[in-house]
Design a protein around this ligand. Structure first.
Ligand SMILES: C[S@@+](CC[C@H](N)C(=O)[O-])C[C@H]1O[C@@H](n2cnc3c(N)ncnc32)[C@H](O)[C@@H]1O
Length: 226
């Protein structure tokens, strides 16, 4: 796919909420203030995420990337044959950037501008992926709401892949505090609806050369109890 620029903006699905748009304004500012390639979280190849998804969910499968920003993950899944793909982000600018990188295939993707902490999915997905967005939820009630949303949105047998800063990772990102977790404390957030099937610790090298410790978990959605 050849990237091309576009000014089309994804239509907001849900931008109202208790934070009065503070979260959205923060991330819009982040995404419009510098080139995506120099953001600390930038990775040219989403190796860990892709490995976990390919190991545990063969295409065709529906997938959503939460806080996807301009991550190449969805493009990689598209190239792997996945066709029912969605990307959610609170920032218009992030999704506009991501959309431009899809060139002629951007219309095949569902772009959702929404705050993950307020969003209610209208459908289910086979795969729910989140790298470095969930860890911005530092209040227990936010974590619980996010986990409940995952439980409702991931189809039984579906896959959850979440990556966050490890316990020795940074305490903040983009000027916001984050909740660092071990593999077991990350998995514990989702244990009411999911069973752990895989996990790994990785080191992300930022564009400026800093090492950041990450943990990733993969978990299977359990069938609802009758
Ligand atoms: C650290 S970046 C990670 C981006 C991407 N997942 C990646 O790995 O390249 C965090 C992303 O989450 C988005 N984000 C932060 N808070 C959010 C929220 N409450 N709802 C939806 N997206 C959010 C930001 O706009 C940003 O794109």
């Amino acid at each position: 796919m050849t990237p091309k620029s576009t000014n089309r903006r994804p239509k907001p699905e849900h931008m109202t909420g208790t934070d009065d748009g503070v979260v959205a304004a923060h991330w819009e500012s982040v995404w419009t203030s510098k080139a995506p390639e120099i953001n600390s979280w930038f990775e040219a190849s989403p190796t860990t995420s892709l490995e976990l998804i390919k190991r545990h969910a063969a295409p065709p499968r529906s997938a959503i990337d939460i806080g996807g920003g301009s991550s190449p993950l969805t493009r990689c899944l598209y190239q792997e044959g996945f066709r029912d793909l969605s990307v959610l982000d609170v920032s218009h600018a992030a999704l506009t950037e991501s959309r431009a990188n899809f060139a002629d295939h951007s219309g095949d993707i569902t772009w959702i501008v929404a705050d993950m902490n307020q969003w209610t999915p209208k459908r289910t997905y086979d795969i729910w992926h989140d790298r470095a967005a969930f860890h911005f939820l530092v209040a227990e009630e936010q974590v619980q709401r996010y986990a409940q949303t995952c439980g409702a949105a991931v189809a039984p047998g579906g896959l959850l892949v979440i990556g966050t800063f490890d316990l020795d990772g940074p305490a903040s990102c983009s000027g916001l505090p984050v909740q660092r977790r071990s593999i077991s404390t990350l998995m514990a957030c989702f244990e009411s609806d999911f069973v752990a099937i895989d996990a790994t610790e990785t080191t992300h090298i930022t564009p400026s050369g800093t090492r950041q410790s990450f943990v990733f978990i993969a978990a299977r959605r359990m069938a609802p109890v009758e």
